[in-house]
Write a protein that binds this ligand. Sequence first.
Ligand code: FAD
Length: 483
Amino acid sequence: MTPTLLWFRRDLRLQDNPALMEAIARGGAIVPVFIQEAAGEDQWSEGAASSWWRHRALARLDEALRARGSRLVLARGDAASVLRELIEATGAEAVYWNRRYEPAQVATDRAVKAGLRAAGVEVQSFNSALLFEPQSIANKQGKPFQVFTPYWRHCLALPIAEPVRCAATALPAPASWPRSLALDELGLQPTIPWDGGLRENWEPGEGGAMARLKAFVREGIEGYAEDRNRPDHAGTSRLSPWLHHGEIGPRQIWSAVKAIGRESGVFPPHNGARVFLSEIGWREFAYHLLFHFPRTPEQPLREEFARFPWAEDRGGTKLAAWQRGRTGYPIVDAGLRELWHTGWMHNRVRMIVASFLVKHQRLPWQRGAKWFWDTLVDADLASNTLGWQWSAGCGADAAPYFRIFAPVLQGRKFDPAGDYVRRWVPELARIPVEHIHAPWEAPPAILARAGVTLGENYPRPIVDHAQARAEALAAFKELRRGN
Ligand code: FAD
């Protein structure tokens, strides 16, 4: 049997990897390959933090393959050309991969598949990334869903496949290995070392993902429904970067949660598990929307929002204040600094900072989405687009535009002791709890005792909440009048 090229993309794992299992079943040598694809015409090639993660994920995958007598061949460039060269070098007659759903990647994969098939190569693709692939789900009218609750109800009535287990201790290697680039040659590492916080916080790789899942299922999931909104607690799974890079798949998560309830025979075993699984459902929904509405990373799903009267930002100073966590609103600044330092931000705070950008600063949501894209280790075109359009009120099932998060109230409610703010905005650490979320309201003596001089070592609020709210509502009214 001739070799199979196993093209790894966003499925950087050996377990629950159907393309790998089918390559084993086909027989013959397996040549695992990863291609750092040339940036396409869209602006969504992997951002800096996500590339940082990918570098390490590829190193871990290569180690896992080498432990089985195999290795990861690395290449750079246009996927079709690289695959053609590898076919020539190895004599492979089959190429297997797991599917992707982003518009540019769907187009690439279709073209590569057609080209290879025309050249007589066997090509097969599989699903490793989702519980319910977008092309297989439609509402009663045969249309894509645009509201989460009916979407998820529909999905929950369908069977969910068990993860496929790879028990192979050895993978058949080719007689000789084709040329590979060194990992460093993929250019994924930062050129200036800003990544200290990422290194402290994360352990990319399939092993890290499984360890995180096990710990969460053991300790976190039961209280998830209550704790998930508290950025001051580690109340969520933090699985998002591993999920994005495919070091773990949703079927493995589903199966681990199912195992909790096995003894009682009840599924989901408790409310924490039910709510957690519905968040996995939001990820599925995000892919459903991106696949069926491929213009949404740039354009609002609700078309009338394309005419929204955004505010001006001469010189980009408003955006810069937001990006650097210097808005003068502690919960907003804490979130943006957590993001910069760790490459991740708590979901509640993502909603708060996104709302602040689009409603208090009235800057286009696409600018925030771009910043997240570059700084998140879990930057994901589907979830990021959904999250930003939801926050801006212009997406599917979105928060209505006129519902404007008040950052001070959000801070008091979800970070009641101010611990999250103290951690990420250390210049406010000595402010007593009653003033931590609105330091400009604190009496001067308290600020002085805490060592805070507003406008010097911590900014005054860059917008007034009441005024910003009124202006946002007026802009929304103007939009509606124009329709
Ligand atoms: P958990 O609460 O433990 O949830 C488990 C998993 O469910 C997550 O890992 C994630 O895969 C999925 N999930 C949870 N909430 C959501 C959600 N609201 N939408 C879609 N999937 C969800 N998530 C990303 O993975 N990448 C992004 O680029 C991204 N950008 C976002 C931008 C904005 C403005 C907002 C409001 C949300 C964004 N999210 C994004 C969704 C969510 O914030 C993260 O998935 C979540 O914070 C990850 O933390 P966790 O793994 O601890 O989540």
